[in-house]
Design a protein around this ligand. Structure first.
Ligand code: PLP
Length: 346
């Protein structure tokens, strides 16, 4: 790969970061805090939170098998996506390459930063071709976006194809593993040490059931995490979120139970759905949702909305004509969906 100095935007490479009051005294034991213009009353909300979330990162480190220095925490994975652009891609000059279809935020962020976005179509099994991805890269390609399991198709990208991109692309490869808890494929976050150009994204929003607290993770080699830390808002993860995440991490067993329940339900719902006349095909999935090709996605979507049931209409997305994306809910919710679809067209 190219050196980080070649890949990182020169203004970011040369940036002197904001030095927060909590950073400067350097971790020595302190009792009297008269440095940050806080109000001494209203404990615990009066104090700025830990800017580097050390206690939380220790807990995440044990759970995820990644060392503390290789972890970035942000306001959802969306913050890590945004930071990837801000650190690597020069507006109006650089470009990024991404699989298509995939998670919409990669493109929105590219547009926000005035960075050219180059989508590369997956094949009809929603698999990526390393050759096609690599052929779309040029000297100004800074990031390649791969989502696995992919949203909206639900499937894992083939591991060998991702490895080939990691080995042959000179810039940064971001592998978004938001749904890896639902998958049995070995997650790439365990291979951070093998790939100096790899950034892996994880989130508390899906398997962990914590979408409301807004906590996302990026795993990468320490030099990349240090750059993210330099560029992020100083107190980007608030105290309430840090505490809620620590509580969630103590309930690891219930998360494993949820994942089992949801993957069981996933098989049940998909098997029932493909038997209905309005469904043409349900695509294989490794996530807590699946993509289904319907006879008429728009009409079925409207029919479901009419009954208070909301799924995601992906009809207008590349390769997803007449497709609905269905999230697995509780057994009761899933039954409501199936019952409504059974009555569709009657
Ligand atoms: C849901 C999702 C996320 C999660 O984003 P957060 O900002 O962490 O809530 C990230 N990537 C993909 C592909 C997703 O589908």
């Amino acid at each position: 790969m190219k050196s980080l100095k070649e890949l990182i935007r020169p203004n970011i490479w040369n940036l002197t970061p904001y030095s927060s009051a909590r950073n400067e005294y350097g971790g020595r034991t302190a009792r009297v805090f008269l440095d940050a213009n806080e109000n001494p009353f209203n404990h615990p909300y009066n104090r700025y939170p830990d800017p580097l979330q050390e206690e939380l990162k220790k807990a995440i480190s044990e759970l995820k098998g990644v060392s503390v220095g290789q972890i970035f925490l942000g306001n959802g994975s969306d913050e890590a996506i945004d930071l990837s652009y801000r650190c690597f891609a020069r507006p109006g000059i650089d470009n990024v390459v991404a699989i298509e279809p995939t998670y919409g935020m990669y493109r929105v962020c590219a547009d926000i930063h005035d960075v050219e976005y180059r989508p590369v179509l997956l094949d009809d099994r929603f698999q990526l071709s390393a050759d096609k991805l690599l052929a779309s890269c040029d000297a100004n390609t800074k990031l390649v976006w791969i989502c696995s399991p992919n949203n909206p198709s639900g499937n894992n990208m083939e591991r060998e194809a991702i490895v080939r991109v990691l080995r042959q692309f000179e810039g940064i490869v971001v592998v978004d593993e938001a749904y890896s808890d639902f998958s049995t494929q070995r997650p790439f976050r365990l291979d951070i040490d093998s790939y100096p150009n790899l950034i892996v994204l994880n989130t508390f929003s899906k398997a962990w059931g914590c979408a409301a607290i807004r906590l996302g993770m990026a795993f990468a080699r320490e030099e990349i995490i240090e750059v993210f830390n330099k560029v992020k808002y100083p107190y980007n993860v608030n105290l309430l979120t840090q505490r809620a995440a620590l509580r969630a991490l103590r309930r690891k067993e219930s998360i494993e139970r949820w994942v089992q329940t949801l993957t069981d339900e996933r098989s049940r719902v998909m098997e029932a759905l493909v038997k209905l006349p309005c469904c043409i095909q349900a695509y294989p999935t490794d996530a807590n949702f699946f993509l289904a090709r319907m006879t008429d996605a728009k009409a079925i979507y409207d029919y479901l909305v009419e009954r208070g049931i909301i799924v995601r209409n992906r009809n207008k997305i590349a390769l997803c004509q007449d497709c609905l994306r269905v999230t697995i809910g509780t057994r009761l919710e899933n039954d409501e969906l199936l019952e409504a679809l059974k009555n569709y067209g009657l």
